[in-house]
Design a protein around this ligand. Structure first.
Ligand SMILES: Nc1ncnc2c1ncn2[C@@H]1O[C@H](COP(=O)(O)OP(=O)(O)OP(=O)(O)O)[C@@H](O)[C@H]1O
Length: 645
């Protein structure tokens, strides 16, 4: 089946067209069918793949009205008409030229040239032909000139008739034109398919409107992002369907609006709206939508890559908020450690600032320009942790990435590797880590090359590693290797003098970040917070403040707020001692005295009264702890500790 088809209203035309095609080497499917029959034939040809149909006269007009395929008409030339009229003149001088308006228009002008009298008989529908020709006969017409149906009707009424036939030239002209149309159609279809693919697979949502502001297009991404169904909204005014999107304004003003944000349900959407201009006329507008929640997720992932597990140390010693002499000493030691190259072990309860100190050491060391790579050994399953730390070669295991993968040791080359929760490392990985520390080189999983590495290790744990060594869950030799320099971070409850300062600094930081005012803390509330145990240390304090900023931004914090956030421990009307049995008897005694001093705002008389101690005993205890460098007095309180009782 050719892409071109010719529906000839009469057999002679089909024969002539066949001859033309043979002469020109054209491949055209030719069929015969007049008017309604021609439409039927054309439909069949279109169904079989004809892209353009060539036909003639009334049949061509009918096909173009009823079949969804472009129709090229074999136009009746003036020569064709003159030839037919000349033939007709031999039969009579009063001639009726019948046919569709477009075919016979202007024929009357030939009257003088041919010396005949002509009537134009316009026939728009096949079924009207007989009636109109009959009227012509009644008018006294002698001959009818026209297309197939008119000739047939005339002959049925006993009139003489001459058929207007097309010449070869008209047929070949129509075939050339049809070929052009088919080519343009194919190009258009390819372009439309391409456009559809772009719209269907575009990540951005796209909505277009026409000149009147009606929606003409909604792609699948827009359906997803905006929660629309294309077939329900196409054709409707954009201002009703998307009232928040300035499609109408942009269409009217011609000014684009870029990068505006709005909410569509739960999704944060960034939109661009631009006018569509052809020549000087605005013929519509197009809006594109991006789901920004996705961008936020990507950004968070990138940040996590870079900061959390990542390769940059954000903190320096100046960021550590403290007024505790113990912490001051500790920071001084850490500064000295930073200058050395040895491995450091930082111990301390969860959230007490171990990573912050590790980052500060890195930033104060020679390696500050190098990477700071942090890994939480407890957060990664053992089989993954091995390849995370040491990397792997291509083909090391099923699913191994092509080209292999660098491990964290390699990534930390010339920098610092922070191994958090080192106490959770399996014995197998402890052995591998020990070898790395001894040889200063690594071997990737599945590899046979030894790669020298220049990495400083800072390890951290909340566990008591000596206990773990005694229980044989941690290798003694590794413990010694790691514990060359040791920093022991005190829990927050042992440096309560830091609490008011930390509350202020952290509440301000959180407020700045969230764009709210910091809450106000009365002395009573601070005292209540100091009486709390803070098992999660500074991180827990940060979480509490995060909630207080939301709850009480710009207002005074109430005891009930603490009750809600921390529980009864920090909100008893007369805060009592919430004691954790831990340490030696002497340490517990020190703890009880420290807390009571905190609860009474450093009122030593009241502390003695509450604990049933003599002033001399309290004074002696304080002196002895002072000699050991332990500070008991809570700053920011009304009453200062005196020299003695
Ligand atoms: N002295 C401090 N001044 C300011 N912020 C602090 C201080 N100590 C800790 N923080 C903050 O508290 C949070 C917890 O600190 P960090 O992550 O260093 O604790 P960690 O001991 O490493 O915790 P984990 O053992 O759970 O890994 C961090 O957001 C840190 O910025």
């Amino acid at each position: 089946m050719s892409h071109l088809a010719l529906v000839a209203p009469y057999a002679d035309l089909a024969a002539l067209a066949g001859q033309v095609c043979r002469e020109l080497g054209e491949d055209v499917t030719i069929a015969v069918g007049d008017l309604a029959e021609g439409v039927k034939v054309a439909r069949e040809l279109a169904a079989r793949g004809a892209e353009v149909i060539i036909s003639r006269g009334g049949t061509a007009t009918l096909i173009s009205r009823h079949v969804e395929v472009p129709v090229v008409e074999i136009v009746v030339s003036a020569f064709d008409l003159v030839r037919a009229l000349a033939e007709a003149r031999e039969l009579g001088r009063y001639i009726g030229v019948a046919g569709f308006h477009n075919v016979i228009y202007g024929t009357k002008s030939l009257e003088a040239v041919l010396g005949v009298c002509i009537e134009e008989l316009i026939i728009e529908a096949e079924e009207d032909a007989a009636g109109i020709i009959a009227e012509g006969k009644a008018m006294g017409l002698e001959v009818i000139v026209g297309d197939a149906v008119s000739v047939r009707s005339a002959r049925e009424l006993g009139l003489q008739a001459i058929l207007v036939t097309s010449g070869k030239e008209a047929i070949s002209q129509a075939i050339r034109e049809a070929r052009e149309v088919a080519l343009v159609r194919r190009r258009e279809r390819a372009r439309a398919e391409q456009l559809k693919a772009i719209l269907d697979f575009a990540y951005e949502g796209i909505v277009a409107t026409d000149q009147e502001g009606h929606i003409t297009l909604v792609n699948p991404a827009a359906e997803r992002i905006l929660g629309l169904t294309a077939h329900r909204v196409v054709g409707r005014p954009a201002r009703e369907v998307l009232p928040g999107v300035p499609l109408d304004q942009v269409r009217q003003s011609g000014q684009k609006r870029l990068g505006e944000l709005h909410r569509a349900g739960n999704t944060l959407v960034a939109e661009n709206v631009v006018p569509v201009i052809t020549g000087r006329e605005i013929v519509g507008a197009v809006a594109t939508f991006q789901d920004v929640s996705h961008l936020q997720a990507v950004e968070t992932r990138v940040r996590q890559e870079l900061y959390l597990k990542g390769h940059v140390a954000q903190f320096t010693f100046d960021d550590i908020v403290t007024r505790s002499p113990v912490m001051a000493q500790l920071i001084e030691r850490a500064r000295q450690f930073a200058a050395a190259e040895a491995t450091i072990l930082i111990t301390g309860e969860t959230g007490s600032g171990k990573e912050m100190v590790a980052q500060s050491i890195h930033n104060a060391s020679q390696r500050r320009e190098g990477p700071f790579v942090a890994v939480n050994c407890a957060a990664v399953p053992e089989n993954l942790l091995e390849s995370e730390l040491f990397g792997y070669e291509e083909g090391a295991f099923t699913g191994a990435r092509k080209g292999g993968k660098k491990g964290l040791f390699e990534l930390a080359h010339r920098g610092t590797l922070f191994l958090d929760e080192i106490g959770e490392l399996s014995l197998n990985l402890q052995a591998r880590l020990l070898r790395v520390l001894q040889q200063k080189a690594i071997m990737r999983v599945g590899g046979d090359r030894v790669l020298p590495i220049d990495v400083r290790i800072i390890a951290a744990t909340h566990r008591n590693l000596e206990d773990a060594v005694a229980r044989e869950t941690f290798r003694r030799d590794l413990y010694y290797r790691l514990n060359v320099l040791h920093i022991k971070l005190p829990p927050l409850r042992e440096r309560l003098e830091d609490l008011p300062l930390l509350i202020k600094a952290l509440a301000e930081k959180i407020s700045r970040r969230s764009g709210r005012l910091p809450p106000l803390f009365s002395e009573e509330i601070i005292a209540r917070l100091q009486a709390y145990d803070w098992p999660g240390n500074v991180r827990e304090l940060e979480n509490v403040l995060e909630r207080l900023v939301v709850l009480r931004g710009g207002q005074e914090v109430q005891p009930a707020d603490l009750e809600e956030i921390i529980g009864p421990a920090a909100s008893r009307p007369e805060p009592g001692l919430h004691l954790v049995l831990r340490g030696t008897l002497e340490e517990m005694e020190a703890e009880i005295i420290r807390r009571t001093l905190a609860l009474t705002n450093n009122d030593k008389d009241e502390t003695c009264r509450r604990l049933g101690l003599s002033k001399t005993t309290l004074w002696r205890r304080l002196k002895s702890w002072e000699r050991k460098g332990v500070n008991f007095f809570i700053s920011g309180s009304k009453k200062k500790a005196g020299k003695g009782p």
